[in-house]
Structures are given as structure tokens and as C-alpha cells.
Write a protein that binds this ligand. Sequence first.
Ligand SMILES: [Zn+2]
Length: 615
Amino acid sequence: MMKQAFFFISALFSIGQLFADGDYRYYVDLTSVNNDKLTIKLTPPDITENETVFMFPAMVPGTYDVYDFGRFVSNFKAEGKDGKTITVQKLDKNSYKLSPANAIKEISYEVEDTWDTDIKEKFVFEPGGTNIEEGKNFSLNTHGFFGYFKNKIEANFILEISKPKGFYASTSLTNIKSGETKDVISVFNYHDLVDSPIMYCMPDTASIQIGKSQILISVYSPNKILTSDFIARNLHELLFAQAEYLGGELPIDKYAFLFYFTDKATLSGASGALEHSYSSFYVLPEADTAALAQEIRDVAAHEFFHIVTPLNIHSKEIGEFDFNNPGMSKHLWLYEGLTEYAAHHMQVKTGLIEFDDFFNVMIDKMQNSRENYNDTVPFTVMSKYVLEKYKKQYNNVYEKGALIGMCLDIMLRYYSNGNYGTQDMMKDLAKQYGKNKSFNDDDLFNDIEKLSYKEIRYFLNNYVAGNKPLPYKETFAMVGLNYTDKKEEDQITLGGISVGYNPTSQHLVVVNTDKLDAFGKKLKFKEGDEIITFNNRKLGLDNMKDVLGSFIQNTKEGEKLVIEVLRKDKKGNESTKTLKAKVKKVKVVETDLLEINEKATEQQIAARKAWLGIN
Ligand SMILES: [Zn+2]
């Protein structure tokens, strides 16, 4: 790895090309922020019609939610050539009718950013939103600033951006003419523009070379807690593993990871990332580096795998995306589910994480998908109506969607004696379709059946398009694992409390008592109790595993447990309390248990080895 300022070499374009009549020419001055707004000016491409409609997107690919970016636009004006008056009529949140359209000289409007907007409804998921932070950072998710004329998205977009001295434009776009205080960026059409976020700030960039692929990492961390060096170190190994998983090399020449680390809570209450063809944009908490490292790897692995799907395997709804009247595909299980599965499966298969860590992630997903979502609405139906009726089910694409991926992978490996899995299937589908060739939603299962087995078609019909909960027992059996959905047992417990840590007092804290069991009730835990000693041993982060683990393993019923806690009363006065009770076993229900089947068949063992990458 080498640290350097990162430049995608821009093709030099001539002035003549710059000002072709068919181009959109946008002007923005990042040094001129008024009331947290930027003024955008547009010299439109030649318009021959007498009337036209100018639009901002209602929705953009990858978000699966309607945000109406026109809501953030104000003071929309059109100036006519030779003093002609242009009539502007606002049609709805996102569109303006203009006439006479062929006489428009310039359009101008103001945009406020979504990240700290005063519009207190329907917050935009920050990685797909916009940030105007004068003198510090401008996150141009381009669809939040630049609109298009109806039926005119296939035209060059030229952005002339004036910027504070020293600011650097991080993006995957390559056609950039970069100056000290002004950049000129040229983009082929509106789809590519929306597909290419640009982050402006003082540069903190690193670059990684993986085979023929050049990867940019750009970081904005307001308190300099995270650096591009740190991220690059974390992603280097991950990207190598990703290349290995994808068959030896990364299927792109260049890619940009754009990270904005925030030291405030986000309006949407979420953090995460949004994928694009050659980049991904991250908004994550600016936190202690150690805690964040695995999260960054998981999110980055997920976003990066989107270069497989939906970017190279997608239906018409996505390939011919309609920014103002989007149709939904039935196959979110593929776009998001398989992506999420691959992000974790890649890490276990290439040895970046332990088997146990992988299984724990999958088991969490099983529990979440059952507890928090409707497990019997067919996934294809949920996907098709995710903008309205099944909006609240969307996040299940990361839970059950990933588990569909896992089941499919296991089955493929079993029926092929370990020779074929979802890795191969995705490669074959990407070959068959590709970035510019969409499939029909209704053809996908046929195409997958052709690549695989009739049993796979049965699975897709019944468990993806059907309403049956996933067949974990039968599926894990194929890789020689015994799965138990539920087991009841009398066990020694800690009372059913959830425990957190208070770094100031260095005590473990009882943070939740919602699931107190009979023993916990006898001890009379209260939320907020800070545990000082546990059976006369001082308890801290360092010895927690030892103290609590040996209690659970070595204690017999009837023995005494004494816990000393610090408790605040209603007035905030703290005092020490002693909690004691005789230890008593309680019924504990455990779910989703996995163990190796010692009597597994050769076919099952071969499938397991192929699945987990064991030699
Ligand atoms: Zn995703």
C-alpha cells in the first residue's frame, strides 16, 4: 500500500466538446453558501419543444424508498433568451413545467442539504442524501443537486464546480479537469451522474492496487479520529479476499470508497452506505477505531459485492430505472440478500473470520428474521410492494434475504458434490446478463434452474416465491450439521439481565431487565445497577469472562450468590446495595443450535468442505 493523493487520470477534453449544444451545463459555487443552501445554475441543452418538464428524482437506485429530492429545492426560476418570459408551473414535489421551453437561457434554484434539513418528515438515509457544510465538507450525492428534463437523460452533463482552495473531489468519475479553485467534471448521461457521488473536502486519501484494479479510499473525519491509512489497512486484506472469492481478480478497473464519519447523530437515525457501479458512499459514526473496524469491513464487503448484483445482474425495473415513477423488482432476495450473504461467506471462506463468528452472524439473522419480520409473506411479493404495503419488511432483505442465499449455496454445493455454489451461479448469471442487459423478473427462476437442478427450482418456488419458512433442518443436514430449532433446559443463569459497560466508572452495568428470569427476579436487579463485586470478587471488563463463566459452570443449586451494586435512587443519590439469593436453575429456551453430525455421508462432508473452504 502506498499513500498518495489519488488522481484518476482525466481524459483531456477540448473546449469545443465542453460546450456542445446537446449538453447540460451546471454551475455550482461551493464557496458561496447562503443559509446552508447552494445556488445551482443550469444552461440547458437545446430544447426544440415549446413545453418541457424539469424534474428532480423521486427515488434513486439502491435505496428502495421514495425520497422526493425536489422537496429540498427552492426559489426555482427560469430566465428567457433575449428577455423573453418563461412561465414556470410547479406540477408536484419534483417537477416544473416550463414554456416556451425553446427560449430558456438559464435555470436557477437553491438546494438545502438533506442531512440537517428543517423538513421534519421522511428523512433521507444519509448515504443517499446530501451535505452542505461550509468550508468543511460537501457530499454531493448528485441526484440531490442536479435535475433533468423529462425524456432527456441521455445527454452529457458538465459540472463546473468552484471550490475552496485545497479542496479535493473524491469520486469514481474519471473525466475531471481539476484546478486550484475550480473543477470541470463531465459525465456521459443522467444515470451515470446519479451513479457517481462526489465528496469535496480537504484530502485524506489512500490508494490500494489489487491486481489491475485501482482503489481510492477517501475519508472525512471531523475530529481526525479515522484516517484513510487506517481504512486502507483494513480494506486491503478484505479486497484481496474479495478478489479471491470472485475468481482471482476484481471485475472493475477502478473503484472509490467514500467515507464520511460523523460526530453527531444522523437525522435518519441510521448509518451505513449506498452502492454504485464504481463507488460506494459511507456515513458511519466517528468512533473508536477498534470498535469500528469489523463494522467497516462488513459494510464495505457488502457494498463492494453490489458490483455483482444488482449492478451486473438485474431486472428491467433496475436496468431501465425510472427516477420519477420507479417500478420494483421481485428479486430483492438476490440484489440485497445474496450480497449480504456473500459479504459474510467470503470472510469465513477465505479465513478472515472464524467459523463460529460466521455461524453466530447467521444465527442472529435467523432470530431477527423470525422475531422482527413477517416470516410467511413470500419474499418476491414483499419485494414487489416494498415501497408501500411492505415498507416495514424491507430490512428483512439483510436477514432472511441473506439466509435464502445461505440455503441456496448449501443446496447447490450438496447437489453438485461440492463443485458448484452461489459464487459460481452469480458468475454465470453475470455472464449471461451484465451491466447493460436486464432480465425479465419472471424469467429469473427458469434461468437459475437451467444452470442448476430441479431441486433448486423447487426451493425457489416454495421458499422464495412461496410462503414457507426456510427449511433449516433439511438444509444444514446437507452439509453434515444437525440443526435444532428449540431446546429447553434447566440451567444456571445470570438472571436474564443484559449487561453493558460504563467506561467512566469502569463497572459493568445492568442495562436491561426486560427478560429477567425467576432467579433474576429473586436477586431484584434494577436497570442502571453498576456491579462492583460478584461473589466477593471485583468485577471488570478484564475478568468478566472468567468470573461469570466459572460461576455458570461451577455453581450448584442452593449455593449463595452475593452481588454488590451501586444504585441511584430517584433523586440521583448513589448508594451501595447488596443483592443475594440462593442459586436456582431456571428453564432456558435456546434456539437455532448447530452441531457437527458425526455420521455425515461423504456427499455431505464434501459439500461442507466446499462451502466453508476447508481443504
Ligand atoms: Zn445493499
